[in-house]
Design a protein around this ligand. Structure first.
Ligand SMILES: [Zn+2]
Length: 165
């Protein structure tokens, strides 16, 4: 007999099909690890979900015939807001920090001191920003900016996140 662990549940990981690029990025905004790319479709996607313990997100209705399909959500809408709601209704979202994952390549971002980003961001941003985040994969830099505020407002409107930072 073991007592239940007192840790927060791990954020659900996903594998999203090629038709769900926008949804994949929004799930990354929410902190989820989302496998997504042009190489991931059909059987390759199913294998990725199964091997890596990811929830499969797909619009490919042909996959419905697979009786051994790993845990999955069939996405029916064309619109990312509706898609996000559909995922939220099927799987618990959240459990990971917001905006800490590269939207392009899915890697967790690292904090970098401001002196290391000098010359790589506009001078006024460098001056006014204390904390930067960098992707070790593509090198993209992130910092709190208006797009972040917009994302948080969007998530709040969807009922998926609190509106403060
Ligand atoms: Zn990246």
């Amino acid at each position: 007999m073991s007592a239940p662990a007192a840790v927060a549940p791990e954020a659900v990981r996903f594998a999203a099909d090629r038709m769900l690029g926008r949804l994949a990025r929004w799930l990354r905004v929410l902190g989820h690890d989302v496998a997504y790319g042009q190489h991931l479709g059909g059987r390759t996607l199913v294998r990725c979900a199964r091997d890596e313990g990811r929830v499969l997100l797909t619009r490919d209705t042909r996959l419905r015939r697979d009786r051994q399909l790993p845990p999955h959500v069939f996405i029916t809408s064309d619109h990312f807001r509706e898609q996000l709601r559909q995922v939220a209704g099927a799987v618990p979202l959240g459990g990971a920090p917001l905006l800490r994952r590269c939207l392009d390549c899915n890697r967790a971002l690292d904090e970098v001191p401001r002196e290391r980003v000098e010359g790589r961001v506009p001078p006024f941003v460098h001056q006014r920003t204390e904390r930067f985040l960098a992707c070790g994969g593509c090198g993209r830099l992130y910092w709190p900016a208006t797009h972040r505020t917009h994302m948080l407002q969007e998530l709040a409107a969807l009922g998926l996140a609190r509106s403060q930072s």
